[in-house]
Design a protein around this ligand. Structure first.
Ligand SMILES: C[S@@+](CC[C@H](N)C(=O)[O-])C[C@H]1O[C@@H](n2cnc3c(N)ncnc32)[C@H](O)[C@@H]1O
Length: 277
C-alpha cells in the first residue's frame, strides 16, 4: 500500500487505531523476548493503508503499545480461564487482533464482541470478513451503545470483561462516567473493565505526540486507578499495572520522577476496575 494513501478516509480519533496496529505488527522484531507474534496485525497494517506521519512509529510509543497489549492479553487469558463462557467486549476495538492472536489459547466457548464508530466497524468488516467477533457500530459516548450486546442473540452475554485499550482518554469526563454507568447497568455486578489512562497533567496538556499525528485530542485523565473508578458510582479498583516503567530504564526513571513530583501518581497505567453493584 502506498505510503501516501490516506487511511481509508479515517480522521481524528479513528486514525489512532493505526498506532497499536503498527506496534503489534512489529512486536516480534522489536521485542522478541515478549513472544508476541501477530501476523494478522501485520497483514491488516499493510492492507489498511496509512501515511507514515499518522502512525507513531517511534520506539518509545511502539514499545509502550506492545507492553500494553501484553498486559491486556494476560488479563484476557485470565478471564477466559475463570469464565470460559463469558464475553470479552472490546470497547473501541479498532483493528485489534486479540481474538485472532489468542484463538489457540482460550476456549472456543469464549465470546468476543467489539464496539467502535461506524466508519471503523465498516473498515474492519472489509478487512476481516467472517470473523467470529460480533461487531457493533456505536459511539461509546452514547447512553445506548451496549443495547445491541444484551438484546437479540447476545441476550445473555454471561460474565463480561470490557477491554478499553487506548480509548478512555478520548472521552470527555461526562462521557467516561456514562461509559462506566452503561457497563455496570448492561452487564451487571462483577463486570470488569480493563483500561489504560493518563494522569490529567499528561492527558490535558495536548502535547502527546498522537495528538499531533492524528488530530485526535485527549479529553480526560485520572490521578490513579482509584480516581478512575470514582468517575461513576458502583466501581472499585481491583488492580493496577505500570506500563511506562517497562519500556526502558529512561522511561522508568521519568516515571519515578513523575511519582515524586505528584506525590505518588503514575503518568500512565492500566487499571482493572470491578463493578460492585
Ligand atoms: C488508539 S485506538 C485503539 C484501538 C484498539 N483498542 C487497539 O488497541 O488496537 C482507539 C480506538 O477507539 C475508538 N474510539 C474512540 N472514541 C470512541 C467513541 N466515542 N466511540 C467508539 N469508539 C471510539 C477509535 O475509533 C479507535 O478505533
Amino acid at each position: 500500500m502506498s505510503d501516501s494513501t490516506p487511511s481509508h478516509g479515517l480522521t481524528g480519533v479513528a486514525r489512532t487505531l493505526l498506532t497499536p496496529l503498527y506496534a503489534r505488527a512489529h512486536a516480534a522484531e522489536l521485542l522478541p523476548s515478549a513472544g508476541l507474534d501477530d501476523p494478522v496485525a501485520a497483514r491488516l497494517l499493510d492492507e489498511a493503508g496509512h501515511t507514515g506521519s499518522e502512525v507513531l512509529a517511534d520506539r518509545g510509543n511502539t514499545l509502550g503499545s506492545i507492553h500494553r497489549t501484553i498486559a491486556f492479553d494476560i488479563l484476557t487469558r485470565r478471564f477466559a480461564r475463570e469464565h470460559p463462557e463469558g464475553t470479552v467486549v472490546s470497547a473501541g476495538i479498532g483493528l485489534c487482533t486479540r481474538a485472532h492472536r489468542l484463538a489457540d489459547e482460550v476456549p472456543d466457548t469464549l465470546r468476543w464482541a467489539g464496539v467502535d464508530r461506524p466508519e471503523v466497524i465498516e473498515l474492519r468488516r472489509g478487512l476481516l470478513p467472517g470473523e467470529r467477533t460480533r461487531l457493533h457500530p456505536a459511539s461509546l459516548a452514547d447512553p445506548d451503545w451496549a443495547d445491541t450486546l444484551v438484546t437479540g442473540p447476545d441476550a445473555d452475554p454471561g460474565p463480561v470483561l470490557v477491554l478499553a485499550e487506548g480509548v478512555l482518554m478520548y472521552l470527555e469526563p461526562g462521557e467516561l462516567t456514562s461509559f462506566l454507568d452503561v457497563c455496570r447497568r448492561a452487564f451487571g455486578p462483577g463486570t470488569e473493565v480493563v483500561a489504560d489512562y493518563f494522569h490529567p497533567r499528561i492527558a490535558l496538556s495536548d502535547r502527546h505526540p498522537i495528538v499531533k499525528a492524528t488530530g485526535a485530542r485527549f479529553r480526560s485523565g485520572a490521578r490513579d486507578g482509584n480516581r478512575l473508578a470514582r468517575f461513576a458510582p458502583g466501581w472499585e479498583l481491583a488492580a493496577e499495572y505500570g506500563i511506562m516503567e517497562r519500556i526502558s530504564p529512561l522511561h522508568r526513571a521519568a516515571g519515578l520522577l513523575f511519582r515524586t513530583v505528584t506525590l505518588g501518581s503514575r503518568p500512565y497505567a492500566v487499571a482493572r476496575l470491578r463493578a460492585t453493584a
